[in-house]
Design a protein around this ligand. Sequence first.
Ligand code: F6R
Length: 250
Amino acid sequence: MQRTPRVSIFPNPRDVARTLARRVAAALRDNPRVVLGLPTGRTPLLFYEELVRLHADEDVDFSQATTFNLDEFVGIPAGHPGSYRTFMGRFLFQHVNIDPARTNFLDGAAADLNEECERYEDSIAAAGGIDLQILGIGTNGHIGFNEPGQELDARTHKVTLRPETRRSNAALFGGDPDSVPTHALSMGMGTILHARKAVLLATGDTKARCVERVVRGPITTTLPASLLQLHPDAELMLDNAAAQELDGVS
Ligand code: F6R
């Protein structure tokens, strides 16, 4: 049996981004109606840059694709400069021919957050599920905003953000960790694991420790990304720096 997650190692973050962008372009050509799950954060920026380039240079067509973002902060309106919706517009959606009606976000300003989470799960199901879920990883092992804990929620839910997660998002809020919302909505681990394929991107040496534990186990709720070992088609795409604690794994 092939080990899961598979591990692919590239010389640098640009090569990781280029390879994944090419794969997404191929997936769009094969199935223009592909459903993508998308992360925010620093790691996917080069990947989004490559997708924008492929759209401009090679006419990669996003017009029928559907996207679902993994998470969103609670308590800020969609148009807030720190929202993940704003992030996606700035780095990808404003630069490709995606239909805004097919881009899906959690609304962190919804009056009823439980209802909002249910709506999101229903929308994913109505779209036929996620074909390719792309993920980043927090230095504490979170994916989406599923923070380490005794239990993990299966479905889209409200989360309390850990101090380290608020710190790493401070740049979106004028550099002040205290201005980062204390809560977020996130797809759950079940939502993520139900995607037909999952690709986790990790670059840089700050991710190396975590990556080693994700690959070698054990599977534990204290390292949410370790649950990817249960996914039949999961892959880690790493640069050399993030892979430095792995030897002989490929
Ligand atoms: C954000 C998300 C998070 C990030 C993680 C890594 O949508 O899903 O899990 O992927 O916090 O963030 P960076 O890439 O900034 O290190």
